[in-house]
Design a protein around this ligand. Structure first.
Ligand code: AMP
Ligand code: ZN
Length: 458
């Protein structure tokens, strides 16, 4: 058996995945903040996590996948001074914060489904877990890690000797700069655990707490919910790369201080989808969504294929040309597999190559290259088909169910096609060619494949 190995950001190395308990792997993924639709960059991270999940299951482990929905407490500024994105989103959208959270959560789940991303076994919302968050803050308070300011309860990051290890933060350097952004915080790396509602703010989402009416910080929600569903030390925690220096650093700090663990055995991060000319800020309101791609004629699975072409620890640069290339490649793959007919035996040789790449820190682009080698190989068609279908359990491209689109051909064109077939039977090649030209002039191309004739729009 090939051993599955994964890169751990905490230790900065590729290690064997050995479950902490029996054969079970606990996986927590930071979910979206539901104040708007997600953009295609966010979706790249969820595709990465889906590939991770499928690979873990492929390796024979039992997976428990938990994802949260951030529906309160994520501020517009990482310095804990901005407004709650949910309240801002509510003003922008005209929906109340609760209804808006439900609306964008449903839209997110819909995107996941279109991309063949398996839903987690457990969904959890921050607003459903206020009690757990308050009790974790109380634990931190009891251990002397907190202090109040005029706007909330803060975590004292200097009390932890290894604060910032995940991101290899240069704490002394950070403390030397950034005085202005520090506000009332004792150190610039301190962060809010609980924020008080401002008297003039009129917040829609607020709760009573031992410290006053307010709402939890964004980091405490993930520490509290992941521990509730997966325990104080579980196998894998993942999210996008931007979470390394702040969100995940602070999750680790809270759990280390309250429970004495670094929360997860592996910390895994998906690198960004970068856009050259397109915008990709959810708060700017002007960004590419899955539906924008569909409007431009790209099936969601074309976007999934596009993401398979880059390793998750490399940036991926978005371009429309790249998407066109993905569409062409995916169609070739579908058509080839369709023509191969029924599946036979799986090729052991290609299976081994595929697994070797996949299990070495999810090298999906190499695994995809192995699929293309298989397609071009001289393996029998039924072997190619069985092997590719097995690969698709990871790729998630719906290869088995693909069928060529039914082309609707107008009656006059159909009559010309029939006449041309007759001309070919009569071996009247010049007449057949003339009819082909006429058909082309009406916008259809004829392809003769053996004794079959295919018609495609130009
Ligand atoms: P948010 O809703 O901002 O909390 O983001 C949801 C997820 O998307 C997080 O895991 C982020 O790290 C991730 N993310 C944000 N922007 C990008 C991007 N451009 N490319 C890939 N992942 C991203
Ligand atoms: Zn999180």
């Amino acid at each position: 058996m090939t051993q599955l190995r994964l890169f751990d950001t905490y230790e900065r190395k590729i290690r064997d995945l050995v479950p902490l308990q029996g054969n079970e792997v606990g996986l927590y993924a930071c979910g979206p903040t539901v104040y708007n639709y997600v953009h295609i960059g966010n979706l790249r991270t969820y595709i990465f996590e889906d590939l991770l999940r499928r690979t873990i299951e492929h390796a024979g482990f039992e997976l428990k996948h938990v994802m949260n929905i951030t529906d309160v407490g994520h501020l517009t500024s990482d310095a804990d001074s901005g407004e709650d994105k949910m309240e801002v989103g509510s003003r922008r959208s005209g929906m109340d914060a609760w209804g808006m959270a439900e609306f964008y959560t449903a839209a997110f789940k819909n995107d996941l489904e279109k991309l063949n991303i398996y839903p987690p076994h457990i969904w959890c919302k921050a607003t459903d877990h206020i009690a757990e968050q308050i009790s974790m803050i109380q634990e931190l308070e009891g251990k002397g890690y907190t202090y109040p300011t005029s706007d909330g309860i803060y975590f004292n990051s200097r009390k932890l000797s290894n604060y910032g290890h995940l991101a290899r933060l240069n704490i002394e350097g950070l403390l030397a700069g950034a005085r202005v952004e520090q506000g009332e915080r004792q150190y610039v790396t301190d962060f809010a655990l609980w924020k008080f509602s401002k008297p003039d703010e009129n917040r829609q989402m607020e709760w009573d707490s031992p410290w006053g009416v307010g709402f939890p910080g964004w980091h405490i929600e993930c520490s509290a919910m992941s521990a509730k569903y997966l325990g104080d030390f579980f196998d894998i925690h993942c999210g996008g790369k931007d979470h390394i220096p702040i969100h995940h650093t602070n999750e680790i700090a809270q759990t280390e201080a309250s429970r004495g663990t670094r929360l997860a055995n592996f910390w895994m991060h998906g690198y960004f989808l970068e856009l050259q000319n397109e915008k990709m800020s959810k708060s700017s309101g002007d960004f590419l969504q899955l539906i924008s791609l569909a409007d431009a004629g790209f099936d969601p699975l074309v976007y999934r294929y596009f993401c398979l072409t880059a390793h998750y620890r490399n940036e991926l640069s978005f371009s429309w040309e790249g998407l066109v290339a993905a569409k062409t490649a995916l169609n070739r793959l579908y058509e080839a597999a369709y023509e191969w007919g029924e599946p036979g035996e799986v090729s052991e040789h290609y299976r081994a190559r595929f697994v070797e790449h996949l299990y070495e820190d999810l090298n999906v682009p190499r695994a995809l290259a192995a699929a293309w080698e298989l397609i071009r190989s001289d393996e029998p068609n039924d072997v190619k088909k069985a092997t590719l279908l097995e690969f698709d359990e990871i790729f998630g491209l719906d290869i088995a169910s693909w069928e060529p689109e039914e082309v609707s051909v107008p009656v006059d064109v159909q009559q010309l096609v029939t006449a041309r077939e007759q001309a070919r039977l009569d071996k009247d090649w010049s007449q057949a060619d003339a009819l082909r030209e006429k058909i082309l002039a009406l916008g259809f191309i004829i392809e003769d494949a053996g004794d079959k004739t295919k018609i495609k729009p130009v």
